[in-house]
Design a protein around this ligand. Structure first.
Ligand code: HEC
Ligand code: HEC
Length: 351
């Protein structure tokens, strides 16, 4: 922040008034506002206030936001613009246009450069994590006081992303009935759905393109990502509403999102930890089986060494995880990795 002494401030105001006499009241007003902004506006520390928001309005705004700022900027904007409307300061400090300004630009076919837009296409098009959950989690980290809590809310959102067929029926319906905000949609029909089993833009887009037959550079794919942005923003708000009503437990009970059985089993040994020998040379919660399909060498290691079970137990594989891991190996032998719900193993260690 630029520091201005009181004396200097008054001097500058006087200068602005003189300027005003020469240039007219409008310019003077601008100059004064600028000075006032420099002087008094200070962003308060996080968390910033949150009020309950309507998930359906958020879904539509997320879609509109995508048209202007793509996925990460769109999801962030959809929530932040409502908080600014309902709460005012400090959300007024975030440099984002209003809904009317965005709608006007979108209907004229203009793109806008937006706050938090960098996450588009999995961060500047690189195809890493999808921008939509990034926008949602950014807001979570701004409004939830306890870091452990917003971490958990963020994980619920990412797991939702991995497991949900996008675009949702709800937003497909809005599109078909003409209930979304842009005057002209990139594509106004019902779009095919797919589950990505991954939070990566690369995987999410590629699987959807293969499922739908639309190219990655098509209007339909872009529309799909717009609808997905609405869906993810709506879920972020749903989780936050639940959290502020009934805490983390309420948000969790609502989301009911567990790791896949395989991921829970892998994480018996592979998580961020200090025991290298046990498998703690990696980290993360992504759904393992989406990428690690061929673990025959690994399986051999454990099935032969651990046939008695003793070896496996010594490296810390609990009974639940052992069963799930055995299931995964059996799946490998037949037709690929197993799907399904895991146990509540995820809470147990420092990530
Ligand atoms: C019982 C503990 C344990 C479980 C369960 C386990 N791993 Fe491992 N994993 C290890 C250890 C220890 C190593 C290192 C082995 C070595 O280098 O010989 C390893 C190595 C690996 C490697 C590198 C070597 C390779 O075979 O490609 C990958 C990838 C891997 N694990 C993925 C997984 C996945 C995915 C799962 C769940 C399906 C899983 N692991 C379950 C302990 C485990
Ligand atoms: C998006 C794809 C993806 C997902 C999901 C994923 N991994 Fe990996 N993982 C990789 C890639 C790629 C490597 C590097 C492999 C290489 O270079 O040989 C890797 C490396 C590893 C290694 C070290 C292997 C080695 O080279 O010795 C382990 C262990 C591992 N992953 C375990 C897991 C576990 C456990 C999960 C689930 C919690 C998981 N991975 C999820 C892609 C993935």
């Amino acid at each position: 922040m630029v520091m201005v002494t009181r004396r200097e401030f008054v001097k500058r105001l006087a200068g602005a008034a003189l300027f005003g006499a020469l240039l007219g009241p409008k310019a003077a007003e601008g100059a004064v506002q600028e000075e006032v902004a420099k002087k008094v506006v200070k962003a308060p520390p996080l968390p910033w206030p949150y009020v309950e928001l309507d998930p359906e309005e958020t879904r539509k705004l997320g879609h509109l936001g995508y048209y202007a700022f793509e996925c990460s900027g769109g999801a962030f904007w959809a929530i932040a613009v409502q908080l600014r409307e309902k709460v005012g300061y400090p959300w007024t400090l975030i440099p984002i246009p209003s809904k009317e300004e965005v709608l006007d630009a979108v209907n004229k076919g203009h793109h806008l450069t937006g706050f938090f837009q960098y996450g588009f296409g999995g961060v500047v098009g690189w195809g890493t994590i999808c921008g939509a959950p990034q926008g949602g989690i950014m807001i979570m980290s701004m409004v939830v006081k306890n870091k452990k809590d917003w971490e958990e809310l963020g994980r619920l959102l990412l797991r939702f992303y991995e497991t949900t067929p996008f675009p949702s029926k709800k937003i497909n319906e809005y599109a078909v009935k003409g209930e979304l905000y842009p005057k002209k949609l990139k594509y106004s029909g019902w779009l095919p759905q797919s589950v990505s089993h991954s939070v990566l833009c690369h995987v999410s887009v590629s699987k959807w393109c293969m499922a739908s037959g639309f190219a990655s550079g098509s209007k339909e794919r872009s529309e799909r990502c717009g609808r997905l942005t609405g869906d993810v923003a709506a879920e972020a708000v749903t989780l936050l509403n639940a959290y502020f009503k009934g805490g983390l437990e309420k948000a969790k009970s609502l989301a009911k999102l567990k790791f896949s059985a395989t991921t829970a089993a892998c994480r018996e040994c592979h998580y961020k930890g200090k025991d290298f020998e046990m498998g703690q040379f990696t980290r993360g919660f992504m759904q393992c089986e989406t990428c690690h399909k061929d673990l025959r060498a690994h399986a051999h290691e454990f099935l032969t060494k651990g046939a008695s079970g003793a070896e496996l137990m010594t490296v810390g594989l609990g009974a639940g995880g052992l069963g799930a891991f055995a299931g995964f190996l059996a799946g490998l032998a037949s037709n690929g990795p197993s799907e399904g719900e895991g146990s509540e193993e995820e809470e147990k260690e420092e990530r």
